[in-house]
Design a protein around this ligand. Sequence first.
Ligand code: ZN
Length: 261
Amino acid sequence: MSEETGLKDQLEQLVRLQEIDNRLVILKGEMARIPERIETARRFMVETQSQLAQNHAEGETCNQRKREKERDLETCEERLSKARNRQNEIKTNKEYQAHLQEIEAFKVEKGRVEEELLALMERLDLYKRKETELAQTVKAAEQKFESEQQQLEKQSEALKAEGGGVEKEREVIVPAVDPKLLKMYQKIKSLHRAWAVVPIRHGICGGCHMNIPPQMITEVRARQRILTCSQCQRILYWPSSVEPPAAINEAGSPQAPAASS
Ligand SMILES: [Zn+2]
């Protein structure tokens, strides 16, 4: 194996290792967000359930007050009826006037209780209608949560499976990379996070976008030794005709390598 082939192979392994490491960052980030996403879906469901429970409790209180009012009305009717029955016991005109006043007062009282009862019945009706609506909302929210939870759990399983496969590939690649080169990669990666190995494209560094001197480009293309960008210190490679897939930025989302500050 010539030196050029050996170095080309080493750089290709390193680029693949970088892809793997960046993919692992994305996978770990997505996995870490799943419990939170499940919790968000659950929170909406719990909110609607508590609205339903609160409406039900308020409706119950209203119903209790309605029953009390019904008893009040019965009392009013009894009083009125007893007063009317006392008519035969009246002997004087004065007593008669007092009797009429008493009956009138009881009638007013009864009318007031009837109005209050009607208002309570109307309110109770509103609570019942709202309960029907809320029960439907809760049912929909419960179904939505259940399907979202299942979907997220499936997604979590898929992420775990992919992570496992990628980890295995990493275990094979790491021993195949020259230890010195690996150490260099890890050191640069610790500084630049996602990008330690970058391609030269259109004469510029794929990491910091600075121009690379033509002599250095020739050397990188020749693959006789490892060269780093004098500006950002990243390892440079000459890309093959097949473009490598986009990797990630430091936050973990896929994008092209950013210029170094
Ligand atoms: Zn650079």
